[in-house]
Design a protein around this ligand. Sequence first.
Ligand code: NBY
Length: 829
Amino acid sequence: MSPTELSADLLHASDRTSLSKDSFKRAFIDNLFYTQGKFLQVATHKDYYQALAYTVRDRLLYRWVSTATAYTGQVSRTVSYLSAEFLMGPSLGNTLINLGILDEVRQAVGELGLDLTDLLDQEAEPGLGNGGLGRLAACFIDSLATLELPALGYGIRYEHGIFYQTIVDGWQVENTDNWLRYGNPWEIRRPEWSVEVKIGGFTETYTDTEDRHRVRWVPAKTVVGVPFDSPIPGYRVNTANTLRLWSAEATQSFDFEVFNRGDYLGAVNKKVTSENLTKILYPNDETPQGKELRLEQQYFFVACSLHDMIRILKGQGGSIERFHEKFAVQLNDTHPAIGVAELMRILVDDYLLPWNDAWSITTQTFGYTNHTLLPEALERWPLDLFRRLLPRHLELIFEINERFLHDVRVAFLGDEARVRALSLIDETGERYVRMAHLATVGSHAVNGVATLHSDLLKKDVLADFYALSPQKFHSITNGVTPRRWLALANPRLCELFRETIGDGWAKELDQLRRLERHADDAAFAERWRAIKLDNKRQLADLIVQRTGIEVDPESMFDVQVKRIHEYKRQHLAVLQIIAMYHRLKSDPNAEVLPRTFIFSGKAAPGYAIAKLMIRLITAIGDVINYDPEVRGRLKVVFMPNFSVTTGQRIYPGADLSEQISLAGKEASGTGNMKFAMNGALTIGTMDGANIEICEEVGSDNFFTFGMTAAQVEERRRAGYDPREVIEANPELHAVVELIRNGLFSRGDTELFKPIIDGLLWHDTYMLAADYASYSDCQLEVDRAYRDTARWTRMSILNVARSGKFSSDRSIQEYADKIWKVTPVSVPLL
Ligand code: NBY
């Protein structure tokens, strides 16, 4: 018997892999005792959760080890998804769904007198991301595993994830997140695969043994990256891929040097400083901060990951010249774009490859996904800062740039403006490295995340690159995983799916189309409505628990949840709510459909206007919710601390999904997809993936309003004056006056002045221009909602036609068009 066969044999005999209910119960009690040191009778809910997590993890490990074994014996191309953020959300529920043991486990713990839902609630959420970009990475690794594609997710193990938001006196307050407080049962530390990362210092030239001039990097410090691995199980397949997150630690040798000089405190301090590197996630979405520590974080995790890939390649006997054949590396935005320079450094300086060979390997390795159209969101690093941290990489970037700009000059004879526009270095003022340019030049494929976004990239943001190499450009519309966002989040609806169309939909979301033929079935519609109402009741319970505000589940739940940002225009919704309130006050008998407006989302801590937008939402709630004249017909709620966990409770209870960004600003949006597949109807602009959702579900089942991206440009060119628009619209004018005169600030006319002034004098995101259209569209929504049968039919059709928005479809497109990878099925050991 080989050692593998022997251990597989032992494994099968063990209680720790068996899925039978009795062994599961035994294993749970066993874990409670041996990992938590408690008997059933004295354990806390946290203990139960930990014991359950370990019991489930045990069953996952079998798949994980089998997958690793299958991959080691294969030379198939592997996807490395590099992302500074992975917004995973809790693992336990998702693992139970993907292993297909949710019901059995619910029963097993039930027989021990425990409630599975209570235990699921105990898990701390790993909030290692800001929003859509980080959550997309999480949906993508779920789909990669489900499609049985060999893949590794590489990222940063932040000790503190996105801040925990509380609302105090109506204002956002940031609290540090401490997700690791009770330990993380899903990760395994792998110190044997630690990587030393060099930072700072200077470069020098030397002559090698064959008399060639070479460059050597003499770093100022080194930091150790320690990988922490978590299993990522696919849905009902044997595959369990790996998410490998790097944590920074101090190098031992470095400490000893200082220590031997007798400076004990200095040595300890060095250790503390190194470990700061992965302490905290930067909480900015859209506007990057040019902070040194952030560039260090980016380089740190990318250097660790590339080193790790080379270790894997070597372990399989592969040569460095074949790196690109073994790995397809995807850059999730520009945050890991330094990888282009790092791979060049490794190939040229460490492996002494000729430049052209190194460049060919590099460009065949990388693909770059852009996630934004906002010019201020493009990452640029001041040259000085860059040189201080990565002196060798800056030299390499200069060389990449020189060669690239030569090609540009040959392609566009005499067009120096084009050269300046394409340069990797911004020289218009203070000099910067343009990371999007580095990523684009260093990749064989560049993609946008929705059709409109990809078109606008080609037309505006990366137009000059498109003119140079059109074949590089792709469009892959985002998607979300139906396992977390349907199977886990909306069990009642999924039970109806199961009874009606079976459960193939979770793996092949297009199968939801089979629901279409029930769209006009009254009994089916009745059940559909009952499920939504149940979900709304649950959401109402959560709302009262988190905010103290009582809401009526029979009212329409009108929801906007996402990061708080001017371009997303939460304040456009606010203007409209105030108008409805005003209508009700002017005529208490006005036919206003009862609505509950639910907002949730975090503002970047340094983004004053976004925080003021939160204050405005809570302020209108404070007036409207307590006005007896409104008699509960309008309610406004701000749910604190939007997260994956709260999202799972909000999407299934929504009637109306607000996707109201100014057209041309939202790259894709992914919340829009989660709402649609949970049966909410969308009121939205023709922006990002809204366009494709509307196309799929049909314009009769979607509420569109506002200018198109082309009309926005046109309007701006024509000279846009928001005051003119506001003056001409009595309703909008009245709303602005109400805010301005202090109705929502107890007479304080200063509080919301920045928002009002912004609206009157700049209105960068053109709220005024879209206001009338939005307001009319909301009346159309009212009409549709009053016709219960019509609304239900629309809701059913939205779900039935949401198949395109599975991340499985997105990942299949990446695999075919960009990565050229094929599935590897995993036999269990
Ligand atoms: O990526 C979002 C887009 O806004 C959204 O339209 C799209 O659907 C989604 C997935 O493609 N972008 C996003 O979430 N960006 C960030 O979270 C982010 C985080 C950090 C930084 C920049 C953007 N940063 O520079 O630090």
